[in-house]
Design a protein around this ligand. Sequence first.
Ligand SMILES: Nc1ncnc2c1ncn2[C@@H]1O[C@H](COP(=O)(O)OP(=O)(O)OP(=O)(O)O)[C@@H](O)[C@H]1O
Length: 680
Amino acid sequence: MAEPRVSEAERELFGGPLRYDMGWSHHEHATLDLTMMSALRSMPKLVGATLRIAWNADRRALVAVAISEIGQGAAAAVGLLAINAVMHALLGGTGTAGHRLHALVPGLLAAAGVAVVNSALAGWSTSRAGRLEPLVERIATTQYLAAAAMVELEAIDDPDFRRLVDVAQYGPASARRMISACVAALNGVISLITTAGVLTVLHPLLLPMLILIAAPRGWGAMRVAQERYVSVMSWLEHVRAGRLIGNLLTERSAAQELRVHGVGPFLLSRYASMAESAEAEAERLASSKALTEWVAAALSGLAMATTYGTMFWLIASGHMSLAVAGTAVIAVRSGSASLGALVMNVNQLHEESLYVRDHGRFLVQAAQRAIPDGGAALPDEVREIVLDRVTYRYPDRESAALDAVSLTLPMGSVTAVVGENGSGKSTLMKLLSGLLLPQEGTLCWGDAEITGLDRAQVFERVTLLTQDFQRWPVTAGMNIRIGRPTHAAGSNAGPDGLQASVDYAGAGPIVAKLPDGLRTLLARVFRGAIELSGGEWQKLGLARTHWRSATSRADGVLIVDEPTSALDPQAEIAAFERIRRLVAPNRAVVLVTHRMSGVRHSDRIFVLHQGRLAEHGTHDELMAAGGRYAAMFDAQAAQYAPAPAASVPPPPHGAGPACGAPAAALVPTEDGDAVFDVSP
Ligand SMILES: Nc1ncnc2c1ncn2[C@@H]1O[C@H](COP(=O)(O)OP(=O)(O)OP(=O)(O)O)[C@@H](O)[C@H]1O
């Protein structure tokens, strides 16, 4: 395949051409082998996999489809024999014209009967296949979604795996289309076998001729499909990036910067430039397809001419009667049509099977990278969680994000983790919550090491509130309840029994403002839905945290990562106070924040620096030590210290505010406040 043109926009926005190098397919020694033989070799397995899904989904429908397709094939053979009888009566019969016409009747009646049976069978097949197709797609989609949702976080962060997730999404729709392609191919195979049988009986030369007519078309269709597949695969990232840019132009989150910073026209021109390179690829594909199809049609036409030439010679030399030749012409025409259709269907099967293969490969990899099922049970009582020299390095990074970190989190305590950006705080939280596993060192819940534990039970004990917590596009009530969705809301208060959580988070006034209270839909994408401010969302997040904590009795950990970034000063003080109140004998609270005022009351503070534990102790101990923590705290406290009095130079004479507004000056009032004085 010729290397496509790289658009300037790709270089500018993404640093270079966005192409799938297909490296992922070499990963598992499964090279992307697109030769015709390998395609044909792998197809039975892939068709078998799809049929197995169909068999498990609705075996009666599958059997019905098979019976009706076999019936149609048999009907086609009977039809040809009836036509042969008609031809013989017409061309080879003796007697008067009236006698010959009379002899035609049984053949014509048989042909009409066959046509009726054929259409009834076709209708039955269509209706049963219509049931199977969506069923197969749904099952394949469910397999895909379930597998994607169950893989380790590390797999989600792995770009190679992400690519596989991307390409596998086409699998379910292809599996659906494979059903109809299978049905059509089965129909084609059966009618071809019957036509071939009839042709062989008519004359042994006719069958090889028929194959010669269809072979070039088969080659052409296969070649076009392979080229298209390679193109789709290598342009997948490009298409994704184009879609991303398109979405950014319409997304609400980007709307403000898009307008004020003039990003809209800029992105639009880049979008057009990327679309142009995709169009160039589409044009290249179309030209190549046209050439291939032209060559295939020419070769097929040549074979057709040779066939008719041979038949002419056979009739002329007395080796074939006119009646047989008449049937043969019809049989060759219908045979080449059904062989052509069969080639197309097999080709479609081949093309779809490439995507189904990706889907299957994804399922295998996802199963290998899934969070393991089962493991040792986590006891209800866990006195502490202990990290001992825990190290974690992200797959594509050289330096460790966490390097030999040791710390203990006793139940009933508040632990704060602070450190500069990129020091490893969030990574530590992912390890604590069981989303990542230590690569070195140990992380124990009581005496049990996390790697041997049932991870589902570990997640059960963790409550997570991160800065970018999910804002679910559902009702306000569900946004709280989704903290533990399987727990039925009681009837103690509020429509969903969530009032305690709402009150805890101080979200009462927010809910009161909502037109339908907790039942208000919080998703701007839907009509009539409401959107909340960042701070209001954070309060709902806090309510969700409370709901999750309140619905668990076993020992667990509550992790809050930058929970107050969008809160106003008063709400922030209240939020830190509320989080501290969530500590309980059965709960350890871990707080990650850059707001130093929020951590000073914690029982223990750990300071991370470049993935290592730099120091730890109480606020007073760390301040007395005068290390990193004290420096960070003092730097923030200095922001609030009274500024030294600075003399503000008076405005130059005659200079005033624009638009003729009166000049304003800050003047002290009697009670010590300052107001703007706008008096002339
Ligand atoms: N998914 C990831 N893949 C690769 N590297 C990552 C990933 N997440 C974090 N890192 C890297 O690991 C290091 C620690 O990141 P981490 O997010 O834990 O820091 P942090 O202390 O939480 O930072 P911040 O205060 O900015 O939130 C950083 O160098 C970061 O670039």
